[in-house]
Design a protein around this ligand. Structure first.
Ligand code: ATP
Length: 234
């Protein structure tokens, strides 16, 4: 019997102040897969990730991790189950150094030296900046640090919310090359982006989200019609 997918969202409704902004989201992330949620500003992409990460309760529907329904699990419980969310805005501590940001992740993972080594191996630019205050890094370097922190927990699923936000295209390409490398090592990835081009080469599958609905799921290349409609209509 095949093992269940790593993560499934089933008919998720969720929102704020009693008003749903997600209207029945179904999404599956298989082991070792790179799955993208694409859609315009306000479509509900971040809200979907918040429900998955245990930061926002669903008003109905199920969150299933490795075949187990885990509705209402707290964020730290989900982290123990191998889910790591890197939020929009990146979630690093700007007043701490790069090294201090990395060291914070070692209580449930490998030792400090190992975390530093892995971070530098993946992101050589961080090597010379270990003692730099994180808030003074470039945007791309901050995203590298956020990813290095997330990967230090050795997650089964890395969730990336708008990795590309505010970054130059060449920096984004670089970060996505790392995403592809991480996926090739067997880590599943769920990523959210507003703009589709950059994920076409990295994602195995993608869902187009508009106004709290997923309007199509498929290979990224096959979604161009629904994507252009999503942006024109959105
Ligand atoms: P973005 O690119 O802006 O992050 P998104 O697709 O991630 O877009 P969400 O952030 O999930 O969209 O927002 C979906 C809807 O929920 C929007 O109408 C937004 O205004 C609303 N919303 C998001 N966060 C909150 C909140 N904390 N309180 C109330 N409404 C919210």
């Amino acid at each position: 019997e095949a093992p269940p997918p790593l993560v499934e969202l089933r008919a998720i409704h969720a929102g704020y102040d009693g008003i749903d902004v997600l209207h029945g989201i179904d999404l599956t992330v298989g082991r070792g897969r790179v799955v993208a949620i694409l859609g315009p500003n306000g479509a509900g992409k971040s809200t979907t990730l918040k429900v998955l990460a245990g930061l926002l309760p669903a008003s109905s529907g199920d969150v299933v991790v490795a075949g187990r329904r885990i509705n209402g699990a707290r964020a730290d419980d989900l982290a123990r189950r191998g889910l790591c969310l890197i939020p929009e805005g990146r979630g690093i501590f700007p007043n701490l150094t790069v090294r201090e940001n990395l060291w914070m992740m070692t209580h449930r993972g490998p030792a400090r030296a190992e975390v530093e080594e892995q971070a530098v191996a993946r992101f050589p630019q961080l090597g010379a900046r270990m003692d730099q205050t994180s808030g003074t890094l470039s945007g791309g370097q901050q995203q590298m640090l956020a990813m290095a922190r997330g990967l230090a927990t050795e997650p089964a699923l890395l969730v990336l919310d708008e990795l590309s936000m505010g970054l130059a295209p060449i920096v984004v390409d670089d970060l996505y090359a790392t995403v592809a490398a991480v996926a090739a090592e067997g880590t599943s990835i769920l990523l959210v982006e507003q703009f589709a081009r950059i994920v076409m080469d990295v994602a195995h599958e993608a869902s187009v989200m508009v106004h709290g609905h997923i309007v199509q799921t498929g290979r990224p290349r096959d979604l161009e019609a629904s994507l252009s409609q999503a942006y024109l209509g959105g």
